[in-house]
Design a protein around this ligand. Structure first.
Ligand SMILES: *Cc1c(COP(=O)(O)O)cnc(C)c1O
Length: 406
């Protein structure tokens, strides 16, 4: 067996350096547990940014993948395949929308939604083509394409990637007055994360999304919820918009839709909107492929059969309660919903070393923005596993020294 050090060296020698991973190598995975080439065991508290809500290598999802791999894997959309329709019906049933458009990655789903909104603006709202405006929020994360990074406020995401796409207006998050004020006759959509994941699990105030819904309806603007990270039971409901009991016009979905085994993304909307796509005006070679469809069906069934929304809600509340009792003077805030949580340390605190210490004790988590650590285990985590993890976190956090007075 090749050792972790030489594996990491190979990544660094031959792979582009567009990530800065924690120095740990995963060789095998099951449920919440990961093992490195040396046989050391870890608990996964990142879940591939919430793409592994159903747990690693869930038997039902792997079986679906294997069975479909033995039948047919790819047709392209030039022909029909015998499983895509069943998948989309299941997805529509799960989300409560009339139609779905399958893609592969989250960024592609967001691009699809942006195109749909611009098209709706021109063909339904009557905005002159080329004048469509889409409103987004500061600190957003919607993916890595040129169009999407054009409206990012993260300097790293935008570095020297100009010229940037136009037609986007950026407003503060969790601010409905800013939204009202930014809308004009050319505004076609408001694209927003119901909870900002990459920004550090930023949870907006109660009722924010309800007011967003009211404003968008009143001003004839599409409300697009990016549920790629927050969806599929991660926050304790099927979707994070469910906490405010609102229904957006369009949702972008990805990550856990592929059950942690295969990239599957989608956009869902009702027919009055999704019906605007006509043959030849959008597509993807792999979108809607049989393998992804089979995996998607199984991924959705696992969420339902194992009642992962309720589990996420209950265990998330338990986790936050336990975290709030940990005696660590550098912790500023603990926030989150369901099993999407963050521990926020003092400004300027470097959480990298804490992540290394957690790793050494057998728990993998990753810091964001330097001082925030996200805790988002697979939703299938058991109470015993969660208690074990809390023990590790407590030991590590309580050994963090208090700030020295400068
Ligand atoms: C991860 C993520 C994306 C991008 O998904 P990819 O599959 O990485 O392209 C988009 N929006 C949100 C909210 C995400 O968390």
């Amino acid at each position: 067996m090749v050792d972790s050090t030489s594996i990491i060296q190979k990544d660094e020698a031959f792979g582009a350096h567009n990530y800065h991973p924690l120095p740990v190598v995963i060789a095998t995975a099951e449920g919440v547990r990961l093992t490195d080439p040396e046989g050391r065991k870890y608990m996964d508290f990142l879940s591939a940014y919430s793409a592994v809500n159903q747990g690693h290598r869930h038997k039902k999802i792997i079986d679906a993948l294997k069975n479909q791999a033995d039948r047919c894997t790819l047709t392209s959309r030039a022909f029909h395949n015998d499983i895509m329709g069943e998948f989309l019906e299941k997805l529509c049933d799960y989300t409560g929308f009339e139609m779905a458009l399958p893609m592969n990655t989250g960024a592609e789903a967001v691009e699809t939604a942006l195109k749909l909104a611009r098209r709706w603006g021109a063909e339904v709202k009557g905005v002159e083509n080329g004048k469509q405006e889409i409103i987004v929020c500061e600190e957003n994360f919607h993916g890595r394409t040129i169009a999407i990074i054009s409206f990012s406020t993260d300097p790293d995401a935008r570095v020297n990637y100009g010229p940037y796409a136009t037609g986007f207006k950026i407003i503060p998050y969790d601010n409905t007055e800013a939204l009202s004020g930014a809308i004009n006759e050319n505004t076609v959509a408001f694209l927003v994360e119901p909870i900002q994941g990459e920004a550090g699990v930023f949870v907006p105030g109660d009722g924010y999304l309800k007011e967003v819904r009211r404003i968008c309806t009143e001003k004839n603007v599409l409300f697009i919820a990016d549920e790629i990270q927050t969806g599929f039971c991660r926050t304790g409901k099927k979707f994070a918009v469910d906490h405010d009991d609102v229904r957006p016009d369009v949702m972008t979905l990805g990550k856990a839709l592929g059950g942690g085994v295969f990239p599957v993304s989608a956009v869902v909307a009702d027919k009055a909107i999704m019906g605007l796509f006509t043959p030849g005006t959008h597509g993807s070679t792999f979108g809607g492929n049989p393998l992804g469809a089979a995996v998607g069906i199984a991924a959705l069934e696992v969420l339902e059969e194992e009642k992962l929304a309720e589990r996420s809600d209950r265990l998330g509340a338990f986790l936050r309660e336990k975290l709030s009792r940990i005696d660590c003077p550098r912790i500023k805030e603990i926030r989150g919903k369901g099993l999407l949580n963050a521990v926020v340390f003092d400004d300027g605190f470097e959480a990298w070393d804490v992540c290394l210490a957690l790793r050494d004790k057998g728990l993998l988590a990753k810091q964001t923005h330097g001082n925030i650590i996200r805790f988002a285990p697979p939703l299938v985590i058991t109470e015993d596993e969660l208690n074990e993890a809390i023990g590790i976190i407590q030991t590590v956090f309580e050994s963090i020294p208090a700030a020295t007075i400068a």
